[in-house]
Ligand binder design. Sequence first.
Ligand code: S3P
Length: 174
Amino acid sequence: MNDTEKNIGLIGFMGVGKTIVGRRLSTALNREFLDTDAIIEMTTGKTISDIFAQDGEKHFREIESAVVRDVCSHSCAVISFGGGAPLNESNSALIKESTLVVLLRSSLDTLVSRISKNTKRPLVSGTGIDFRERITAMYAARKGIYAGLADIVVDTDGRTADQTVAHIIRRLRL
Ligand code: S3P
């Protein structure tokens, strides 16, 4: 697939803003918007939290891989990938081949504060003293994988969602 046909995919840790930036980027570029978590919820009729609670993470990851296969078969779309989607090697191979990958990053403080305000993330739900430590450990384990897949890296701290979108458009020369 040549670069003009490729999708633009947003990856990064939970709470970094992939969905809002993805939706606005798709509007700005007049492209189809696909969000793997939203597709999973729509096709199963369950929330992500319910899938984790009732069927377990393994089952969630199987559904997620099927959705990644599907979205990667599109072209010219803007795709927000769930934070865990790139961790599986066959998912990341499909993403790499079909998609210009934008890694969104923010500081740990920003991630912790956003994630703690949202109860929809079963992997890191809860509070307590170890909350920040769990996020720190998970982020440390993932950041190399995210960086290895990224075509460009965009820091979102100090930028509004619209500024991030404008920055991505400039960096990708779209
Ligand atoms: C996950 C991230 C979530 C969602 C699920 C698992 C992860 O998506 O797919 O809770 O493993 O990082 P967001 O990154 O959109 O929060």
